[in-house]
Design a protein around this ligand. Structure first.
Ligand code: NAP
Length: 307
């Protein structure tokens, strides 16, 4: 694809406009999650080095049950990202027959391990395990996924706590294009605890007017057409098409689906929507890498908060 880099290289991590690139065949600018991640990870590396010099290398424990192919890929990518930036990682793999009691005991041991600052249990868990009980067993000070009820409560009340990585990554992408959310109408499609709801809370905190849509929403297109910003987090290909988008809107595509050829794609009809949006995130190369970057960020934060 023919793209044009806009702007000069950033002087600081908060000056991130260069990650928007223009595809010369369309009106929309791409927000490049791979490039933005590279810059954010460089900043993190300096913080990791400083912690390491003080003998406090940040550590992330990743727990995986079973051999679900997608989960294996996600876990592998998270561990590789840790290695790349200098975070100590511990991968604990168990058969999917592991009992809930054993899993809870393992989490308790990690809660008490001073080398581990963040604990992540890869979801989904096997049906015999209560995922919410497992999440609640993680110490809130090590809840780098931001799924613990105390993290959710902190986000809801605007107090200090870990923000869930995917919506947090979306916020960083908006920051990278200097998008001022004040007074904007944001439509979030999807209301899961890990993406849609926390996304809506983060946007609200930045003074956007937020509409949350879900599978029972009537006239979705009428709502999205009013939006200055649309976040699609559904898991259905082409849930957002060109006719549903106001010209100039910003579109963030969280979805991860496969097209008929088995290629990774998002929830947004990228070709059509990019003809009318002002900014858009691609899939792959958009929100996905940012999710991992924010996991690294939360792990570093967890280590810093102990010092
Ligand atoms: P989820 O728990 O399945 O939630 C999907 C949401 O979409 C639900 O709230 C559902 O409504 C809503 N929905 C379903 N059909 C709809 C429709 N026709 N119109 C409007 N809303 C509809 O999924 P999730 O965990 O939030 O993930 C969403 C997508 O993001 C998935 O593709 C997932 O793979 C992807 N994801 C990507 C990343 C990343 O790093 N890029 C991270 C996490 C997730 P109800 O609540 O009424 O059922």
């Amino acid at each position: 694809m023919k793209t044009q880099q806009l702007g000069a290289h950033p002087a600081t991590a908060s000056d991130l406009l260069p990650f928007a690139t223009r595809d010369l065949t369309m009106t929309s600018q791409l927000i490049n999650g791979v490039e933005l991640s590279k810059t954010l990870r460089q900043t993190l590396q300096a913080r990791i080095q400083s912690l390491t010099e003080r003998g406090q290398t940040p550590g992330l424990a990743v727990i995986l049950l079973g051999d679900h192919p997608a989960s294996q890929v996600y876990v592998r990518n998270k561990v590789a990202a840790c290695e790349q930036v200098g975070i100590h990682s511990l991968l604990e793999k168990y058969p999917d027959t592991l009992s809930e009691t054993e899993l809870l005991l393992n989490i308790k041991a990690l809660n008490e391990d001073p080398k581990i600052h963040g604990i992540l249990v890869q979801l989904p868990l096997p049906a015999h395990i209560d995922a919410q009980r497992v999440i609640e067993a993680i110490s809130p000070s090590k809840d780098v996924d931001g799924f613990h009820i105390s993290s959710a409560g902190a986000l809801m009340t605007g107090t200090k706590g870990f923000w869930p990585c995917t919506p947090y990554g979306c916020m960083k992408m908006l920051e990278s294009i200097h998008y001022d959310l004040k007074g904007k109408h944001a439509v979030v499609i999807g209301r899961s605890n890990i993406v849609g709801k926390p996304m809506a809370m983060m946007l609200l905190q930045k003074n956007a007017t937020v509409t949350i849509c879900h599978s029972h929403t009537k006239n979705l297109a009428d709502l999205t057409r009013q939006a200055d910003l649309i976040v699609a987090a559904v898991g259905i290909r082409n849930v957002l098409t060109k006719d549903m988008v106001k010209p100039g809107a910003v579109v963030l595509d969280v979805g991860m689906n496969r097209d008929e050829l088995g290629k990774l794609c998002g929830d947004v009809d990228f070709a059509g929507v990019s003809e009318v949006s002002s900014y858009i995130t691609p899939v792959p190369g958009g929100v996905g890498p940012m999710t991992i970057t924010m996991l690294l960020h939360n792990t570093v934060l967890a280590a810093e908060q102990l010092n």
